[in-house]
Design a protein around this ligand. Sequence first.
Ligand code: KG4
Ligand code: ZN
Length: 336
Amino acid sequence: MTTILAIESSCDDTSAAVLRDRRVLSNVIASQKVHEQYGGVVPELASRAHQQNIIPVVDAAIRQAGIGKEEIDAVGFTRGPGLLGSLLVGVSFAKSFATALDKPLIEVNHLQAHVLSHFIDKPDSPDTPEFPFICLLVSGGHTQILLLRDYFDIEVLGTTIDDAAGEAIDKAAKIMDLGYPGGPVIDRLAKEGDANAYRFATPHIEGYNYSFSGIKTSFLYFLRDRLKEDPDFIEKHKADLCASIQNTIVSFLLKKVERAALDRRVRQVAIAGGVSANSRLRSELQRICAKHGWRAFIPPFSFCTDNAAMVAIAAHFKYQRGEFADISLPPYTRGS
Ligand code: KG4
Ligand code: ZN
């Protein structure tokens, strides 16, 4: 039996989780509301909020797990990629805590953690993917098509050459004045709209790569022209606009995923990251997989956006391999 305490602080969520083997005993997340008024994450404010949250969040995770500190076998932490000031808080805390407990440290890559969240033991759906499988990782900072041959044997098949998919969705929401983060709002409003009401061009990009900056610009120009004719255009057509831009982005994402799975003859496809909470992405993935007779893996909502349970499961597999981190390791901001 292995008990891992894990810490996630790469962006604007402070999270701590306790995992016993592959089962989540607690997964506490403090989301930072301070960024809403700025329409995006302000790194300096994120770092300060992590400093305020980290001790109460870790304390709550241990209490909710119903364990004593001495039962922790190792401390996992997100080392990167992410915002430096945010990462530093979680990394420093993890190092001090592990030192105080005299337990080993395990460094985790945030992107791998998102993908490995599929291996968390979920009592309601015991199914986990079998290797090899393809995973579309879509978040506010990343968009990648990955081929997993093993937990840590991951080939990046494609990536975005500019904005991430979540960033494009958030920017579209900002253009329509829907607040931040706009993904969940677009998802909700889109349910009342017609996904084919408007068409926005998607670029032709080599291989399995993506580009989202053009979609955002064509959405902006389209609205600018319509607003000249009717200043209330956005208000009158909000649901159709949300459904159409969401459909454009989801179709673009899944077209390449489908191509990659066909080319690589892989019959299992997963999604991960914040945007995998999107209802259209979830239903369209299921439709495409059903069409080909493939298995679709869709994470529960609680493991889509940033959380420490996913960091804990990645740390769990590293613990089994005896891969521990040196206390001198600094965080890193970039890289996959
Ligand atoms: O993984 P995550 O929590 O943080 C990063 O590592 O970036 O992802 C956050 C992103 C934001 O862009 C947010 O708008 C998007 O995930 N998101 C959604 C939905 N829920 C969160 N996008 C579309 N539909 C949703 N339901
Ligand atoms: Zn993330």
